[in-house]
Design a protein around this ligand. Structure first.
Ligand code: ZNH
Length: 141
């Protein structure tokens, strides 16, 4: 559960990201693939070159899912339930990769929103993304 201050920090940055979901998502993915090349193995069917259509379209989906979670902070489990099924049953992404994407997202946010991404907002987003990751791996067995 989140404090009121954490909720405010998550909501305010989420609203700023919303209009740039594709670009933010594409950059986060690109950072993840460059820093942690092993994560590319799940995307062999994608064009992973910088700024590609695939990066924008998939990045947009990821960031929109995070935006949806941000609007349901008291009920992230339910908000991401279908996506959680998909990751557990079909995609079977190694759970260790979620922290790599979360980190790449945070670096991207820090780079784009240097004023908003202060220590308090950073901590709130770190917690938020780790809860999102927990939900997405919660149905693994
Ligand atoms: Zn994931 C897919 C989200 C993580 C891998 N994803 C996906 C989608 C979404 C997501 C929204 C789409 C779905 C549909 O279409 O329906 N993810 C997400 C999130 C996260 C994630 C939110 C965190 C935060 N993933 C992840 C990771 C990985 C992945 C870490 C690895 C590395 N995903 C994936 C894949 C896919 C997905 C592979 C499929 C793609 C295609 O299209 O094919």
């Amino acid at each position: 559960t989140f404090s009121e201050a954490e909720k405010a920090a998550i909501a305010s940055l989420a609203s700023k990201i919303a209009g740039h979901a594709d670009a933010i998502g594409a950059e986060a993915l690109e950072r993840m693939f460059l820093s942690y090349p092993q994560t590319k193995t799940y995307f062999s069917h994608f064009d992973l070159s910088s700024g590609s259509k695939d990066l924008h379209s998939h990045g947009g989906k990821v960031v929109k899912a995070i935006g949806n979670a941000a609007q349901h902070l008291d009920n992230i489990d339910q908000a991401l339930s279908t996506l959680s099924d998909l990751h557990a049953q079909k995609l079977k992404v190694d759970p260790g990769n979620f922290r790599l994407l979360s980190h790449s997202i945070q670096v991207t946010l820090a780079a784009h929103f240097p004023n908003e991404f202060n220590a308090v907002t950073h901590a709130a987003w770190d917690k938020f993304l780790s809860i999102v990751s927990c939900v997405l791996v919660s149905k693994y067995r």
